[in-house]
Design a protein around this ligand. Sequence first.
Ligand code: ATP
Ligand code: MG
Length: 137
Amino acid sequence: IERTLSIIKPDATKRNLTGKINAKFEDAGLRIVAQKRIHLTKDQAGVFYAVHKERPFFDELTSFMASEPVVVQVLEGENAIAKNREVMGATNPAEAAAGTIRAEFAESVGENSVHGSDAPETAAVEIAYFFSGLELV
Ligand code: ATP
Ligand code: MG
């Protein structure tokens, strides 16, 4: 059984889509084992997305992630990392498969409703960035 870090991004929390997005995770067999709503500072978003620091969209991305509260969550299931990314769909909603979260809800390549860890190593680091051991059962 595997765990992954998911973020419901500001464009989605703003439009009250948390429940609809969570239903897609649960329908796919992913269990929400931890969840909280937080408002990131731009610096905190920058630490989270440090791997993209040199990319042209870094400033836009971190401003967006700090623009409104987000819902951070830990999803658990068989192959949770790959399964979550499948349910999310492609980064660019124009290329996301029908029925995926990004196909249904994302507004643009930047404001694309959800984040999901991309590997076991990044999942461990990202989960520890937002959740303490006491919050994970
Ligand atoms: P995430 O890491 O958020 O789960 P991802 O792995 O599908 O998404 P990445 O390539 O890691 O995509 O990019 C991280 C995030 O940066 C994207 O989800 C998106 O919000 C933003 N982003 C990526 N490419 C662009 C772009 N060309 N213009 C604006 N924002 C972008
Ligand atoms: Mg990524």
